[in-house]
Design a protein around this ligand. Structure first.
Ligand code: 13P
Length: 257
């Protein structure tokens, strides 16, 4: 089963509308001829509409960074799936920054995943352990729990089409990375293996799983050569066109395409 690699840029809280449009113009031109890798940008909400228009006829997809699970109502500051439907194909949920700063739980991630799927948007579900959990040898059980909680009640078909991002919290924005072998092992055992336990092997082999945490042009190929790693969720290195485009090129090159 071959899974198309997906490199997604999570811009976090960066870029004005003008900056965003300038960045996507360069990314669009840079990856124009690369179709073996799926390229996605996830800009802040305020720029989504302009970025989506700008990329309408390109091979660069658009994702949101968050969503609320209710359809509408008195939820000041929140955005409903219905409002981003048509603008995005993907939406990041459960990022560790949202879990840590905004208290997002696995239960919420699960509700958000269901709400997105109901609107035809593919969730990018983020999981990953803290430094303390990593050092205490709790990575496997913690990530397993996050996956079980996040996928609760989803069908095999829905799970097969998801994207999951394994982002060890201690590797995000720190310049530290999990080794490609360790990241591949955690992804294989605690994510793909758990999907196989909960569903079946075919579903586990279909779901695309990214690595995230200080991924950059210099290290992306080593992650992409691992059998269970299907791409990357990129923070800092996605904010400049040259480094982001280089990561797409490196990914295509590593896979010989
Ligand atoms: P960095 O690539 O900046 O470490 O961020 C990773 C991340 O959090 C992507 O979602």
């Amino acid at each position: 089963m071959s899974r198309k690699p997906i490199i997604a840029g999570n811009w976090k809280m960066n870029k004005t509308i003008d900056d965003a449009l300038e960045l996507v113009r360069s990314i669009r031109a840079g990856v124009r001829d690369i179709d073996s890798v799926e390229t996605v940008v996830c800009p802040p909400f305020i720029t989504l509409s302009a970025v989506s228009d700008s990329l309408a006829t390109s091979n660069v997809g658009v994702g949101a960074q968050n969503v609320y699970f209710e359809e509408s109502g008195a939820y000041t500051g929140e955005t409903a799936p219905d409002m981003i439907e048509g603008l995005v194909s993907y939406c990041i949920i459960g990022h560790s920054e949202r879990r840590q700063v905004f208290g997002e739980s696995d239960e919420w991630v699960n509700k958000k995943a269901k709400a997105l799927i109901a609107h035809g948007i593919t969730p990018i579900i983020c999981v990953g352990e803290s430094l303390e959990q990593n050092q205490a040898g709790e990575t496997e059980s913690f990530v397993r729990g996050q996956i079980e909680g996040s996928l609760d009640g989803l069908t095999a078909e829905q799970v097969a089409n998801l994207v999951i991002a394994y982002e060890p919290i201690w590797a995000i924005g720190t310049g530290l990375t999990a080794t490609p072998v360790d990241a591949n092992r955690t992804i294989g055992i605690s994510i793909r293996g758990v999907v196989a336990d909960l569903y079946d092997e075919a579903t586990a082999q279909s779901v695309r799983i990214q690595y995230g945490g200080s991924a950059k042009p210099e290290n992306i190929a080593s992650f992409m050569l691992q059998p269970d790693i299907d791409g990357a969720l990129v923070g800092g290195a996605s904010l400049k066109a040259d480094s982001f485009v280089k990561m797409i090129e490196e990914t295509a090159g590593a896979l010989g395409s």
